[in-house]
Design a binder for this molecule. Structure first.
Ligand code: GTP
Ligand code: MG
Length: 375
């Protein structure tokens, strides 16, 4: 329909140019979007330029130029494979090298172990994967390096087959409360911005509560994300009690009939007892407020390595974490920590952050993640 209109405008303009003997015509069309998510730098706007043959133009009239600037189409939703692609080659290269060997020898095992450890799966998970593979080789169900890699891939997938990764949003509850916790700088506030935008786009009414009262800038950062997502926003004064800001946010959401409160908290190290106690209080008070805490999401930076496991342990103990958000998986093929978190702690990874913009959030899929490490 829009394309038809553009064609009509195009033809009319050509006619005008022909009738009036030249000139430069520039047409711009930008698709209107309610929330313009920043386009990735590598998706330029489409520009089409048509020049008439100068030899046919009268000497005193410039060549006719018609430029159509069309905003690039919305990027395809990101995929794990697409986003960690840039640096995962270290793994796919190692796996491909093993696959290309003639036999399974000691150096095959060494290389395999090193690659798994580099992917951050941790010693325990690597040992369990390797010992299962050794058994298969002993029993001769696996005889070639290629079969070995296939067996590893399916073992890794089976380790990530948790019952459900769905985020709980109960329509009978007003409001659902999702609490975001984690150490400093992992991407809590950014993730709230992304989650809020995605839910608001689905028609869920969202309120963001600035429970990070440690710095004034933290509330302002969240407010910006709330504006972008079209979400309501509640904050307290600098240094206010985070639990009471979140409580007020929840009560306000209830009285205004909001579906979902996304509560931000200040980053804290998992070994700081007083700060972890503060978080316990946040959880307790949120439970006392209206609605129900239906998710406590621990945000972990994928590049953190095995330290992510001790973060998960301590935060789970303080707040009954229901899921993990693994951020910054773009540009990193690590994130093997998901194996340790899921197998050792039984906490499902629910979301993955693959960039800094609103659209850079993916629902975690274990199979796709393992495939991305291999392919
Ligand atoms: N590349 C990349 N950067 C991210 C991602 N998520 C967040 N970031 C960046 O990480 C930095 C910290 O993000 P914040 O959201 O402020 O982290 P935070 O956990 O709220 O930090 P504190 O509140 O200080 O504890 C920002 O520069 C974000 O843009 C991601 O998935 N990928
Ligand atoms: Mg923050």
């Amino acid at each position: 329909m829009i394309a038809d209109q553009t064609s009509v405008i195009f033809l009319v303009l050509i006619a005008v140019v022909v009738v009036f003997g030249g000139g430069v015509v520039v047409l711009s069309r930008r698709r209107s979007r309610p929330q313009p998510p920043a386009l990735p730098a590598d998706s330029p706007a489409t520009s089409l330029t048509l020049n008439t043959d100068e030899s046919e133009s009268p000497a005193d009239s410039p060549a006719t130029s018609l430029t159509l600037n069309v905003a690039a189409p919305s990027p395809e939703p990101p995929t794990i494979g697409g986003r960690i692609g840039r640096s995962r080659s270290v793994f796919s290269t190692a796996f491909a090298k093993i696959r290309g060997r003639d036999t399974i020898a000691q150096d095959t095992w060494d290389e395999l172990e090193e690659t798994l450890l580099r992917a951050d799966v941790g010693v325990k998970v690597a040992d369990s994967l390797l010992s299962s593979l050794r058994t298969s080789v002993k029993e001769r169900t696996v005889t070639t390096p290629s079969e070995l890699m296939d067996a590893l891939r399916s073992l890794m997938k089976s380790q990530l087959s948790v019952a459900s990764r769905e985020l709980r949003l109960d329509t009978a509850v007003t409001p659902n409360v999702w609490l975001f916790v984690g150490v400093n700088g992992v991407g809590k506030t950014t993730t709230i911005g992304k989650v809020g935008a995605a839910r608001a786009a689905d028609g869920v009414s969202v309120l963001m509560a600035a429970g990070d009262t440690f710095r004034a800038a933290a509330a302002e950062q969240l407010e910006t994300w709330a504006e972008r997502a079209g979400a309501a926003f509640v904050r307290g004064g600098e240094g206010a009690d985070p639990a009471s800001v979140i409580f007020d946010g929840i009560q306000s959401a209830e009285s205004r009939g909001f579906d979902l409160v996304l509560a931000d908290t200040a980053g804290r190290l998992q070994n700081k007892t007083n700060l972890m106690d503060e978080l316990r209080k946040v959880r307790r008070v949120a439970d006392k407020a209206a609605g129900e805490v239906t998710e406590v999401l621990l945000v972990i930076d994928a590049t953190t390595g095995q330290n992510g496991l001790s973060q998960a342990r301590e935060f789970a103990d303080a707040t009954q974490v229901t899921g993990v958000v693994l951020t910054k998986l773009d540009g990193s093929a690590k994130g093997g920590i998901v194996f340790a978190i899921e197998t050792e702690l039984g906490i499902p990874v629910k979301l993955v952050g693959v960039g800094e913009t609103q659209a850079d959030l993916i629902a975690f899929d274990g199979d796709a993640f393992v495939d991305a490490l291999f392919d």
